[in-house]
Design a protein around this ligand. Structure first.
Ligand SMILES: Cc1ncc(COP(=O)(O)O)c(CNc2co[nH]c2=O)c1O
Length: 411
């Protein structure tokens, strides 16, 4: 088991104070912190290795190209993709899902077809499908959730039919933290001739991900949520699907031959990587993956569970705290959303910030889900393996102080 105190020392951002208090960073679902190794790798690339990739005819460019393509292989092995060419570098989860909707979706959705998503989706895995359905006069259907926030498989079996062309679901929810039964949903999709798109944004930094085991046709995630830099993400796609899809964007890098009246496209993955890619971002992301592999994803998963098992009962024990979703810590991977009586979540988050505790307040870009919980917004604390029990205690104490501060208003 890693020495978690030593692990924390890799994250310099944790060593600062905020409003005179030690920083307890509990907004990891929004973006993760970056270990020293990632920051140093970005610096060394720009100091020593920076050159454009694929077209240069000099050593620096060959080296940059080798590093960029090696990063692709690192990601391939991290999620157990069958081939490196199935790894497309994007800006993040949002772009990856939009890429599928704009290519595979435009190519395959016809009037009357059905697209099935869940009520737990982040807007990035909801609006692309909603707008595609509107453009194509197709039908968008939502799989209901159980009372504890899990995907209702019985409802999924009703909603996924022979009319279904695309199923798109989150692997881990960013509001309630439930893990979706991806393999079972993939089987339902495939039995009905549909594909499954998985939003992995909140999973890749908490769980071991095996896209072949999940039977995912596409799997999208963001580097910045898994210790990597912003502006880099990954779209995994099955080779046979990627090869049949038209390009997402047009320009340099993605062509084989350009004539005056038409052009031929490069092979995958470069067909989907128009223009100069985020070279440093990809290399930084690969460094983040190597860090996670050094800690161990099984150890990360266990640490997340240990911290949530410590935090949730203490949260539930505070009179006036309403927990959304399950009351079982094992159902909360990384995140717990709550409210404090009738206080506005923004007021609560501001008060917590005064105590050095960084959490998120709002609808978390999941408005249909949050509204289905009977509220417009929540406070959300989200953990990572580099947090520790003292962060949880600081949150609990800050909530109690917030209750005391607002006691005249608290009902
Ligand atoms: C489940 C899920 N899908 C997609 C996205 C979009 O990722 P991006 O393209 O990197 O922005 C997020 C970001 N979630 C959040 C961003 O800030 N707070 C959040 O909960 C997410 O949580």
């Amino acid at each position: 088991m890693p020495n978690w105190e030593l692990v924390r020392q890799d994250f310099s951002e944790l060593r600062q104070t905020m409003n005179g208090e030690r920083l307890a960073y509990l907004d990891n679902a929004a973006t993760s912190l970056k270990p020293k190794s990632v920051i140093e790798r970005l610096l060394s690339f720009y100091q020593q290795e920076n050159a454009n990739v694929h077209r240069g005819t000099y050593q620096l460019s060959f080296k940059a190209t080798e590093e960029y393509e090696d990063a692709r292989k690192v990601i391939q092995h991290f999620i157990n993709a069958a081939a490196a060419r199935e790894i497309i570098f994007t800006r993040g989860t949002t772009e990856g899902i939009n890429l599928i909707a704009s290519t595979y979706g435009e190519q395959n959705i016809e009037p009357g077809d059905e697209i099935v998503i869940s009520l737990a989706e982040h807007h990035s895995n909801l609006i692309p499908w909603q707008q595609l359905a509107l453009r194509k006069k197709a039908t968008l259907k939502y799989i209901n959730l159980t009372s504890t926030g899990e995907i209702d498989l019985a409802d999924a079996k009703q909603k996924i039919t022979a009319k279904t062309k695309i199923v798109a679901v989150t692997h881990v929810g960013n509001v309630l933290g439930n893990v979706s039964p991806i393999r079972k949903l993939a089987e339902l999709a495939h039995q009905n001739g549909a594909i499954i798109v998985v939003d992995g944004a909140q999973a890749v930094c908490h769980l071991p991900v095996d896209v072949q085991e999940l039977a995912a046709d596409f799997y999208a995630f963001s580097g910045h949520k898994m210790l990597g830099p912003t502006g880099i993400g990954v779209l995994y796609g099955k080779q046979k699907l990627l090869e049949q899809m038209p390009p997402y964007q047009f320009g340099g890098e993605m062509i084989e031959d350009v004539q005056l009246d038409n052009s031929k496209w490069d092979q995958i993955p470069h067909k989907f990587e128009a223009g100069t890619p985020n070279i440093a971002g990809a290399i930084g992301l690969a460094t983040a993956v190597k860090y996670l592999e050094q800690v161990g994803m099984a150890q990360v998963k266990a640490r997340d569970a240990e911290l949530m098992a410590y935090l949730l009962p203490k949260l539930m024990a505070i009179p006036g705290v309403k927990i959304y979703g399950s009351q079982n810590p094992q159902q909360h991977v990384g995140v717990v959303s709550f409210n404090l009586g009738t206080l506005h979540p923004h007021d609560v988050a501001t008060a917590l910030d005064m105590e050095g505790v960084a959490v998120r307040a709002g609808h978390h870009c999941a408005e249909p889900l949050v509204h289905s919980l009977g509220t417009n917004s929540t406070v959300r604390a989200s953990l990572a393996f580099y947090n520790y029990q003292a962060d949880c205690d600081q949150l609990i104490n800050a909530i109690k102080e917030t209750k005391e501060f607002f006691k005249g208003e608290l009902r």
